[in-house]
Design a protein around this ligand. Structure first.
Ligand code: FAD
Length: 324
């Protein structure tokens, strides 16, 4: 369903906005340039409302009639200059990698199959298999609250916390790579995803994996950590090489493992389910609402806290209510 309403905006079904789906409609602006993006934010500001910036919607749960949305999906240009690529925020991972391969570049195959925009991926510092967006960012073009466009040099961001300003675009660095090599890396990562992750509509991982410092791990109890499958790793690396000093080490507990150990795999609420394949995914069985999703989120949070005394942190963004 799509119809013109307020000047410059459209009423769009939530099903088209979030990869989980859901019910209802939202007021959406689709700017096609940085100027239109700034104009949309101003128009919403004049209505006395706080805008929500949406990319691919692959990490956004939309509840009811939420804030007006500025969606970047029509700002999707890419401009290659050797191993560097200038991008607009709404360009997608798959678009980037298809175009990069045609020019003999690669590097970000680890995110292929993820239905994200580059702006959303930078905001979330999306990552997988030991790589993160921030490893590839050179700079980000942002729009400040007072309407200035600035170029910010990239820096190393923490786990799933990237750039917090409104992202208009930026510059990424890729690697020279034969198309066959890039395609083979793509296939390898996709196969690993297919083996572990459900195919039904979702928002990817519901919770962040828990990270404990040495100190916190000692307090929690090393034996208990072993029982729940915590992994000792050098900070910011996926695999331990055993060479780090004590302070560089942290303990990681996969959130899905904790939810699974609470016996919640397969639990259904309305039209949503904690995936029987991977307990850190909540999938839409067809008619799942945002409320169904949140009800399973709260169930998992309470169960993990009651059993392990650990607080799960949500990875997805919530639009439309604050008491979630
Ligand atoms: C099947 C599947 C697999 C996934 N696998 C992974 C994975 O391997 N690794 C991983 O990290 N994530 C994964 N995700 C989650 C998701 O794809 C990422 O978080 C991604 O970065 C979200 O991008 P998006 O464009 O869809 O963001 P959206 O959902 O549109 O937005 C997410 C957040 O970013 C903000 N945002 C979006 N665009 C901008 C912008 N231009 N400027 C400022 N803020 C912005 C939004 O306001 C919101 O806070 C997966 C999701 C799915 C559905």
């Amino acid at each position: 369903m799509r119809s013109e309403t307020l000047t410059g905006s459209e009423r769009v079904s939530v099903k088209k906005l979030s990869t989980y789906g859901g019910e209802g409609c939202a007021e959406v602006w689709y700017p096609q340039s940085a100027e239109e993006f700034a104009d949309a934010l101003c128009a919403i500001g004049r209505m006395g409302k706080e805008p929500y910036i949406l990319g691919g919607g692959s990490n956004t749960l939309i509840c009811g009639d939420g804030a007006p949305i500025v969606c970047t999906r029509r700002m999707r240009s890419l401009c290659f200059d050797s191993d560097r690529v200038l991008f607009e925020a709404g360009a997608t991972i798959s678009q980037l990698m298809t175009e990069a391969r045609k020019r003999g570049f690669g590097g970000m195959e680890f995110l292929e199959g993820v239905p994200a925009t580059l702006g959303g991926a930078l905001r979330m510092n999306a990552g997988a298999f030991g790589f993160e967006m921030s490893d590839f960012a050179i700079c980000t073009r942002i729009l400040t609250k007072n309407g200035q466009i600035l170029l910010k040099p990239a820096r190393s961001f923490p786990y799933r916390q990237g750039e917090t300003d409104a992202i208009l675009g930026g510059e990424l660095k890729l690697f020279r790579m034969r198309p066959e090599e890039s395609l083979s890396r793509r296939e390898e990562f996709l196969a690993r995803r297919r083996a572990k992750q459900p195919r039904q509509p979702s928002l990817g991982s519901v919770f962040k994996n828990i990270r404990l410092t040495q100190e916190e791990a000692r307090e929690f109890g090393v034996e208990r950590l072993e029982q729940i499958g915590a992994i000792r790793m050098p900070k910011n690396r996926e695999v331990s090489d055993g060479s780090s000093s004590r302070d560089d080490v942290e303990f990681r507990i996969p959130a899905g493992k904790l939810v699974d150990m609470c016996g919640l795999k397969g639990t259904v609420r309305g039209g949503a389910q904690i995936s029987p394949m991977h307990a850190n995914f909540i999938v839409n069985l067809g008619r799942g609402t945002a409320e169904d999703y949140l009800s399973l989120v709260r169930l998992a949070e309470n169960a993990v806290f009651d059993r392990f005394g650990l607080k799960l942190e949500r990875e997805f963004a919530l639009l439309g209510r604050t008491d979630g």
